[in-house]
Design a protein around this ligand. Structure first.
Ligand SMILES: [Zn+2]
Length: 245
């Protein structure tokens, strides 16, 4: 009788490239003669599963989705820690994102009193110690100018009634939508490409019609933003780029 030797490690279905909305990516499943399923979020935020040899994949997926909130929390923590390691230095040549493009910082000998943007960021050398605060303030100010008017534009195009728009700074949360037509959007979205901002706006507007993440909700999102999957994926993969300072 021949016995198949179990492979120790398996990349999670290589054929599976697209996740369903809300589904969590499993990076690797390590099978061994154990009885329980163990979940581990690695420092790079990837999810690794330890599972009994013959437990069907569908059951593993069920366990993963039942631990959804816990996994998201752990991944967010891992990404935050990772981000803290790659801190910005605010020196000549450092790159800063604005509307999806990356612009260099130039320290100048000007006497001016602030941060200036002109195909790049210009900061008087003597203000360098305040650079993080000056950048945050500059971004927030741009966000105030751009985000609410873009929300109103899209809302009017698609006949949504928005009562209030607020810019928030909750890390790892791009937007939310309250009953009564209040939209909250993260100001750091101003660092991302305009199309990414549009996706988040479309997502929150769609919640005014569907207060959940059902198939009907995603249908509504597709209608407002046909390319939403690409932008959603970009946000997931580049979350740390948008955390500021
Ligand atoms: Zn949502």
């Amino acid at each position: 009788m021949s016995r198949r030797s179990p492979s120790k490690s398996m990349r999670y279905p290589s054929s599976k490239t697209e996740l369903r909305p809300g589904e969590i990516a499993i990076h690797e499943i390590l099978r061994s003669p154990r009885r329980t399923v163990g979940l581990e979020v690695r420092p790079d935020a990837r999810l690794v599963i330890r599972a009994p040899l013959r437990l069907p994949l569908s059951e593993i997926e069920n366990i993963v989705s039942s631990k959804h909130a816990w996994i998201i929390r752990q991944q967010l923590r891992a990404r935050t820690l990772q981000h803290k390691k790659q801190e910005r230095n605010f020196i000549d040549g450092d790159k800063f994102l604005f509307r999806g493009d990356s612009w260099p910082l130039k320290l100048t000998d000007e006497e001016s009193d602030g941060l200036r943007f002109e195909q790049g960021f210009f900061l008087p050398r003597h203000l360098q110690p305040e650079a993080p605060a000056l950048f945050s303030a500059w971004y927030r100010n741009e966000a105030e100018k751009i985000i609410p008017s873009r929300v109103m534009e899209i809302a009017e195009n698609f006949k949504f009634k928005v009562c209030r728009i607020r810019l928030s700074s909750a890390s790892g949360r791009w937007g939310s939508c309250g009953a009564g037509g209040t939209l909250n959007l993260n100001w750091t979205l101003i660092l991302a490409a305009p199309a990414v901002l549009d996706y988040v706006i479309a997502h929150e507007l769609a919640h005014l019609r569907e207060m959940n993440h059902s198939a009907r909700f995603w249908q509504e999102v597709s209608f407002l933003c046909p390319d939403w999957q690409r932008h959603r994926k970009w946000l997931r993969q580049h979350q740390e780029l948008l955390s500021f300072p």
